[in-house]
Structures are given as C-alpha cells and as structure tokens.
Write a protein that binds this ligand. Structure first.
Ligand SMILES: [Fe+2]
Ligand SMILES: [Fe+2]
Length: 130
C-alpha cells in the first residue's frame, strides 16, 4: 500500500511514521505472497505492535497539545487497534501460522490504517499548536 498526499497530517514526524507502518505491511505482504510468511509473522506482529504503540503515544501527545477535537476518539481507536493485534498474537501462539489468517489480518491492518488516518489523523493539519 502506498502512502498518498491526502494522508498528510502536516507533521513530518507523524507522516514518516505512517509511511513506515505502510512499508512494514508491504514487506510482510511480499513475504506472505512468496510463501515465506510463517518465518516472519511473529516478528511482523511484534514490530507492528511496538511501532504502532510508540507512534500512537507521539500522536496522542500532538493532538493533546493542539487541542484537537478528535483527540479522545483517536485514543479510543488506537487502543482498539492494539487490542486487535494482541488478540491475533494470542491466537497465533496457540493455533500457529496460517496464510489465510495472516492475509486477513493484513487486510484488516491496511484497511484500519487508511480509514483511521483519513478520518482522524489528518485533522491534525487543521489545528496549529498553541
Ligand atoms: Fe491516530
Ligand atoms: Fe497515526
């Protein structure tokens, strides 16, 4: 999935992190399509969860400082996303790897990122700090 100009939040650090989130799903999609998903799924889930958590922390702070009206909504959606990843990690640890489930998770993650960024994160650009 490509990052697009309409995803811009006006904050370079946030945009760079969004690009990294897209890039990590792209590289996992490539591994999955190449039949190499099993070997990297655990790492992918761990990376995504840790990276998303760090990104959400910074973004929540930016919205708080800028008094963004969607700041609370942003936090709630972030928590739901981390829960989705946690649930999949738990399922994976007990049931093991399945390309179908991994593909479905990837679709969910990409859909979530696009929808969330376009509805919530881009509202950062209308709220200058102060
Ligand atoms: Fe967000
Ligand atoms: Fe974000």
């Amino acid at each position: 999935m490509k990052w697009r100009p309409e995803y811009a939040t006006g904050l370079a650090s946030i945009d760079e992190q969004h690009k990294t989130l897209f890039a990590s799903t792209d590289s996992f999609r490539e591994a999955l399509n190449a039949g190499e998903g099993a070997g990297v799924y655990d790492l992918f889930l761990q990376f995504l969860s840790a990276y998303a958590e760090a990104h959400f922390g910074l973004e929540d702070e930016c919205m708080h400082i800028r008094k963004c009206p969607v700041a609370a909504r942003n936090k709630v959606e972030h928590a739901a996303f981390l829960t989705l990843l946690d649930r999949e990690a738990i399922r994976y640890r007990s049931a093991g790897f399945s390309p179908e489930t991994a593909g479905a998770l990837l679709d969910k993650v990409e859909g979530w990122l696009t929808s969330h960024i376009c509805r919530i994160d881009i509202q950062l650009r209308d709220h200058a700090p102060g």
